[in-house]
Design a protein around this ligand. Structure first.
Ligand code: HEM
Ligand code: CA
Length: 788
């Protein structure tokens, strides 16, 4: 605690120095005090400024050569972000050593690191050589019937490297080097998992995530998320490509990158597919209140803050981990080092009839840590870690530019059936070959499923509507101004929907109110906390936010005005948005999704996802439940029990403590300490008033708290902290918009479209659809610039 206070005052001191330079009032201490007391802790990442005295050196505990007892009383410090250290008195590095001796000790340590880096790089090069040697086997074929790859590698088969090969070699070389270093110095598992690795000597540092140059007064968010926190060392916090953060330390079995595959008993954990079959059967259980739009908004929001992506070969090709026809996993040198396939037992109730014994799965790409230090593997999040509608605008300047019309602030669109739809993509391979159309949007997964494509379309339309409205009230604004202002309003409307409509349902109204996650009307909140890292948690991306897979219905029921309803099965339309071309598609679908119940949150999951995921023209597809479990192990998420404890629910020592849920888990797991996070969380019964159970709710609360309090541009933040703040009047306008209003503003036939006020709820006597003309939209007159 004392350390947190120290760090906090240090941050505020640094911040005030900076803001004085920047000629902005230093009000952040006030903002800090307004933040509700958030009752959770996460992995601490100490800062650059290590907080040690001049005669002390901040280093990992293992490096400080003093007695353990003495070390226990030394001040904690931060060697580099994500490495805990202690302030080791430099004069006592070795009490008897002379200056010369100390230098030679330091040189020896540097040499050790240097050797590890050299060997790590050699190991990586050898892996690449094997990739060349077994290229045919290891590389997925670019054929339509080559299942799974289109989706498991969002972006399709011809994907570009995000990192250049040299950077990639540095990242993976570092991971192999870390393992070598840890082995050669006998680092304990705990020190490895807590990232207590040494800093790489400056002389041999190559690249790391550099701070990004930034203008702290910029009125608009950057596209890639940089500069949200303008403090010198934090400008890249939350930008696209930055690694995920963690709630708890990873459970890598070697402390570096080996996935979690063993039970606490020493046996292997059960195969992810075995768990999926035993725990996640299909059953039709429509939710009594919520509709498909709720499920769909959940996925849309997920895609705003997380996109993890599988490894590719060095030529950017998808990797194959199973033999031809999926009859077995590849082994030995034929198996790519990033392979982590899912084993299917011979008696599988579904796959056995096709002889499938292996589901392809490739591990997630890694990123540099925030500084060039050795350390455990950190998965890259390729989209901005903010709720900034990067799904609409993109997470890189290139994508953003490709989406813009560069005319009147508008985004590109298309009119293939006479109504405004998303622009066509140049990357046709992102859809199945028989799709009649394939779209481009800020997020690469836009074509994955019809309802998702439609939500993208809704927000693209809303942007263009705002841009046109703004150009009418301010005819002198140029394209850039119109684009940025429309974007700023759209992000605000969208954050308003998430925090004030969506989250109260997902997490329970009482909880979000207690935690200050809902916003007041007509006042600024200034909840911004520059010390909160705006990074998506690995646990949220790889498990908790995947709660939504249980809400997915296996079909969409399309309601036509003059024809009988038509059911479309999701298994038949993955990555095929052709149905958007039917006449009046937008209105038909927005209405249908509002009426159709989503599936209940429970352990029943549609076979559309657990047998036929991305099946294309094959009789079977992949299994998303298995993938989620395996993905959690790939990320080395800790077992469910650890997160229960973290969430204050207490550990369980016997399955019987969990009643029915425990009985289910006991079917597959040997010990309560083996349970994977995703299945554990999905099996929990929803807490009062929430859609999800308590462990997921705690994790998502931690996540959403960051999306709000660590975002300087959050829409209710006032001018003291937010250079893009709205006036109070404008804020009031935005606060009063609802998703229902946004839908109504954008349907093609407002005169005969009926929309229920609670857009995430099915129509009922308490939620009666009313004509669209009853809804208000933001009064853009409040944006009129006087004097023109
Ligand atoms: C509508 C049908 C859906 C399909 C077909 C689908 C499919 C997928 C697939 C294939 C992945 C990648 C799995 C992996 O390789 O690890 C994924 C990831 C994910 N899904 Fe879904 N999903 C759907 C709905 C949802 C919903 C409703 C939510 C949340 C409410 C959701 C949340 C997530 C999250 C958070 C991830 C991790 C994304 C990442 O980090 O890349 N999904 N989903
Ligand atoms: Ca984002």
């Amino acid at each position: 605690m004392a350390r947190e206070v120290l760090l906090l005052s240090l941050y505020l001191a640094v911040l005030c120095t900076w803001v004085n330079f920047g000629n902005v009032q230093c009000k952040l201490s006030i903002a800090r005090s307004e933040i509700p007391n958030l009752n959770y802790t996460v992995v601490q990442h100490p800062e650059e400024d290590d907080g040690c005295e001049q005669n002390e050196v901040c280093m990992a505990s293992v490096e400080c050569t003093l007695d353990a007892e003495v070390k226990a009383n030394l001040k904690p410090c931060s060697t580099v972000p994500s490495v805990d250290g202690i302030c080791c008195p430099s004069s006592k590095l070795n009490v008897t050593s002379s200056h010369h001796q100390k230098r030679s000790i330091q040189h020896a340590a540097d040499r050790l690191i240097q050797n590890a880096i050299h060997e790590g790089r050699r190991e990586y090069d050898e892996k690449l050589r094997l990739e060349d040697e077994y290229r045919e086997l290891m590389t997925a074929k670019d054929k339509p019937e080559d299942m799974f790859h289109r989706m498991l590698l969002p972006g399709g088969l011809k994907t570009k490297h995000v990192l250049d090969p040299q950077e990639e070699a540095d990242v993976y070389g570092h991971v192999f080097a870390s393992r070598k270093y840890a082995d050669s110095t006998n680092m304990t598992l705990e020190d490895r998992q807590r990232d207590r690795f040494p800093r790489v000597p400056r002389a041999i540092q190559k690249r790391c995530l550099p701070p990004v140059p930034c203008n702290p007064h910029r009125r608009y968010r950057t596209i890639n998320g940089s500069c949200n926190n303008p403090l010198p060392d934090r400008t890249s916090w939350g930008m696209a490509g930055y690694p995920f953060d963690r709630v708890l330390y990873p459970a890598y079995e070697d402390g570096v990158w080996a996935p979690r595959i063993h039970s606490v008993t020493g046996n292997l954990l059960p195969s992810a597919r075995v768990i999926s079959v035993a725990l996640f059967p299909d059953a039709y259980r429509p939710d009594p209140r919520l509709n498909i739009l709720f499920m769909q908004m959940g996925q849309f929001v997920s895609h705003d803050f997380t996109l993890s992506r599988s490894f590719t070969t060095k030529h950017g090709r998808p990797i194959e981990c199973c033999t031809h026809n999926c009859t077995a996993p590849l082994f030995g040198p034929r198996r790519h080092f990033a392979c982590f396939p899912i084993e299917v037992p011979p008696n599988d109730p579904f796959y056995s009839r096709f002889g499938v014994r292996c589901l392809n799965l490739v591990r997630i790409r890694l990123a540099h840590g925030p500084k060039c230090h050795l350390g455990y593997a950190k998965q890259a999040d390729l989209v901005t870690h903010f709720l900034d509608a990067s799904t609409v605008y993109g997470s890189t300047d290139d994508v953003a530019a490709e989406l813009r019309a560069f005319h009147q602030g508008r985004l590109r669109d298309s009119f293939p059936n006479g109504i405004e739809l998303l622009p066509f993509t140049r990357h046709r391979e992102r859809c199945v070959p028989w799709a009649r159309v394939c779209y481009e949007a800020g997020d690469i997964r836009v074509n994955q499923l019809l309802a998702l494509t439609m939500v993208h379309t809704l927000f693209m339309r809303e942007h263009n509507r705002l841009a046109s409205g703004l150009s009418q009230v301010n005819p002198h604004w140029d394209d850039e101004r119109l684009y940025q202002e429309a974007r700023r309003i759209l992000i605000a409307e969208y954050q308003n929907v998430i925090f004030n409509e969506f989250l109260p349902i997902l997490l329970g109204r009482e909880r979000v109110q207690q935690l200050g996650l809902v916003d007041p009307f007509d006042t600024y909140t200034n909840y911004y906390d520059p010390n909160l890292r705006p990074m998506t948690f690995a646990e949220v991306a790889a498990a908790a936010h995947r709660y939504g897979h249980s809400l997915v219905e296996g079909f969409f029921r399309l309601l036509f005005r003059d024809e009988p309803p038509k059911d479309v099965f999701i298994k038949d339309i993955f990555n095929d948005p052709s149905l958007t071309l039917i006449p009046n598609s937008f209105d038909i679908m927005m209405f249908s999704f509002g009426q159709q119940p989503m599936e209940q949150m429970d352990h029943f999951i549609t076979t559309g996802l657990t047998r036929f995921l991305f099946k294309e023209r094959k009789p079977f597809g992949s299994d998303l439940a298995s993938i989620n479990i395996q993905r959690g192990r790939d990320f080395a998420l800790r077992p469910y029990n650890d997160y229960r404890e973290w969430a204050g629910l207490g550990r369980i020592t016997d399955f019987s403590q969990l009643g029915e849920m425990g009985a289910l888990l006991a079917r597959v797991y040997e010990s309560p300490d083996d349970v994977d996070l995703w299945p554990g969380g999905v099996l929990e019964s929803p807490t009062d008033g929430a859609v999800i159970g308590p462990t997921f709710a705690a994790l998502l609360t931690a996540g959403y708290t960051r999306y709000k309090h660590a975002d300087r541009y959050y829409f209710t933040n006032g001018p003291e902290v937010n250079p893009g703040a709205f006036t109070l009047q404008q804020l009031g306008e935005i606060r009063r918009t609802t998703l229902a209003g946004i839908i109504c503003a954008n349907v093609d036939h407002k005169e005969d479209f009926y929309q229920a006020p609670e857009a995430f709820m099915q129509s009922s006597k308490d939620n009666v659809p009313v004509p669209c003309t009853n809804y208000r939209t933001v009064n853009l007159g409040l944006w009129r610039e006087e004097g023109f």
